[in-house]
Design a protein around this ligand. Structure first.
Ligand code: C5P
Length: 235
């Protein structure tokens, strides 16, 4: 069954931990991004560990292979469970990262095209015309899989194709989740929790639908019910 990861997109430690404590046992996996990590350093990770939570450190690493490999080793020391690296950092960088993670380090997820990137941006940065965001995403997923990464962050719309091509073990983590009946906000490529589970996602990253809710634990219960509904139909 897919798991919920809540994105702790808060600028301050106290606000982030207050959300974690309000949600309580309902969720055991949290994503920490560069804003919170830059503010607090490893403190936020230690606080999550103390509460028995698992950690997705979303730093989207992109550097020379040696630097990325040492960053992965540092994340392993902090007992991070999932860590992101940019697939566009290239095969050598991803291979170095995977080697540094080894059997016991964080599971590494490739980031393909940022959702904020338009075909015009791709043309400007990489000097090539982008005919299909989906094809370019799947091309970068293949590069990540060949380099030995453990999975990918991608929209639920690509999840099924990724699982078909790279196998059930290759992790698919999907952001852009919006519970049925909610507005997408600034997310362009959204899916409901049920859609993401049906598409084969392993982890659903959910931010504002939970963090901006008056009753976050209640929203989590609703999302989980939506996810479990799929299992009942399927099973
Ligand atoms: O608030 P919302 O549910 O849109 O948050 C989604 C989370 O997933 C945010 O932390 C965002 O940075 C992250 N994310 C994303 N799209 C990607 C990769 C990561 O929304 N392609």
């Amino acid at each position: 069954m897919a798991e919920i990861i809540i994105a702790l997109d808060y600028p301050r430690l106290d606000a982030a931990l207050s959300l974690v404590d309000r949600v309580g046992d309902a969720v055991s996996f949290y994503k920490v991004g560069p804003v919170l990590y830059t503010r607090t350093g490893p403190t936020v990770l230690r606080e999550l560990r103390t509460r028995g939570k698992r950690i997705f450190l979303d730093l989207k690493l992109h550097d020379i292979p040696n630097t990325v490999a040492h960053s992965v080793e540092a994340a392993a020391e902090l007992e991070v469970d999932l860590l992101t690296v940019h697939a566009s950092g290239g095969s050598a960088m991803m291979r170095a990262a995977a080697e540094a993670a080894g059997e016991n380090g964080p599971r590494l997820l490739g980031v393909t095209l940022l959702t904020s990137f338009t075909p015009g941006d791709v043309e400007e940065v990489w000097g090539k015309q982008l005919l299909s965001v989906r094809d370019e995403t799947l091309r970068l997923v293949a590069l990540a899989a060949e380099a030995g990464l453990h999975g990918i962050v991608t929209s639920a719309l690509e999840a099924e194709a990724v699982k078909r091509r790279h196998g059930a073990e290759f992790l698919v983590v999907t952001p852009g989740i919006r519970p049925s009946g909610e507005l997408a906000g600034d997310q362009a490529r959204t899916a409901t929790p049920a859609d993401a589970v049906r598409a084969g996602a392993d982890y659903l990253v959910i931010g504002r639908p939970v963090t901006a809710a008056a009753d976050p634990a209640e929203v989590v219960r609703r999302i989980r019910a939506e996810m479990e509904g799929v299992r009942e139909v399927a099973g």
